[in-house]
Write a protein that binds this ligand. Structure first.
Ligand code: 13P
Length: 250
């Protein structure tokens, strides 16, 4: 019922030539499959070029962030409407690097969700606990708190524009992934909370896992009932490993 979604978050990597070559390779790899969706998150500066490469393919395009404001005197910021202009359909909100390195708060991220939805684009909300929070038994409370803060006010139409990525902070870029059982337990808790907020959307919403996803662990994680895809950092930067992830993402 939920089509698997495999997403590559390129973060602040790749120059334009490498990004273009990778986008072309991903377009070719994805073309072989009708039963799974593929999405790429290049840097802002590469959106236009990657959009041109992906045009006519079924690979979707997203931006890694947007401003919490609509427009105006916000030097260095980029608005959701400008991202829409660049042909992106998704915006990643609340990635752990923005929550923890750039200190973005729940209230600020809620504003960003509003900006994305105003443009009719898809939000991919990232949630996840730190190692200290997990070790003190607070992981579910933290993750559901992040979810509530960003999404609990949404109406039914808005919920259709939401995907969620569970990325435990301690698993990002560390080579330590959550066990399939731990990922499933958190995804089930997330879907349970979505059901409490909007019962109709809960069986349909896609919940992705992210954190050191590689060709050798994706199948076991995605075999779990509530894992609908993967948000991949490092392994999305090489055409061969991302092609493997697309192939294994069933
Ligand atoms: P890695 O796959 O490099 O651990 O990164 C995960 C991530 O942050 C994706 O958004």
């Amino acid at each position: 019922m939920r089509t698997p979604l495999i997403a590559g978050n390129w973060k602040m990597n790749l120059n334009l030539a490498d990004a273009s070559a990778l986008a072309k390779a991903v377009k070719d790899s994805a073309a072989a499959y009708n039963d799974r969706d593929v999405l790429l998150y290049p840097t802002f500066l590469q959106l236009t070029q990657v959009a041109a490469i992906l045009a006519g393919s079924k690979v979707s395009l997203g931006a890694q962030n947007c401003s919490a404001e609509k427009d105006g005197a916000f030097t260095g910021e980029i608005s959701a409407s400008q991202i829409k202009d660049a042909q992106a359909g998704y915006i990643l909100i609340g990635h752990s690097e923005r929550r923890h390195v750039l200190k973005e708060t729940d209230a600020f991220l809620k504003q960003k969700v509003e900006r994305v939805l105003e443009q009719g684009l898809m939000v991919m909300l990232c949630v996840g606990e730190t190692l200290a929070e997990r070790e003190s038994g607070k992981a579910v409370e933290v993750v559901l708190g992040q979810l509530n803060a960003a999404l609990s006010h949404l109406n039914g139409d808005e919920w259709r524009k939401i995907a969620i990525a569970y990325e435990p902070v301690w698993a990002i870029g560390t080579g330590k992934n959550a066990t399939p059982e731990d990922a499933q337990a958190m995804h089930e808790a997330i879907r349970g909370r979505v059901a409490a907020l909007n019962a109709d959307i809960a069986p349909k919403i896609r919940i992705l896992y992210g954190g050191s996803v590689k060709p050798d662990n994706i199948a076991a994680i995605m075999a779990k009932a509530d894992v609908d895809g993967a948000l991949v950092g490092g392994a999305s930067l090489k055409a061969e490993s991302f092609a493997e992830l697309i192939r294994l993402a069933k």
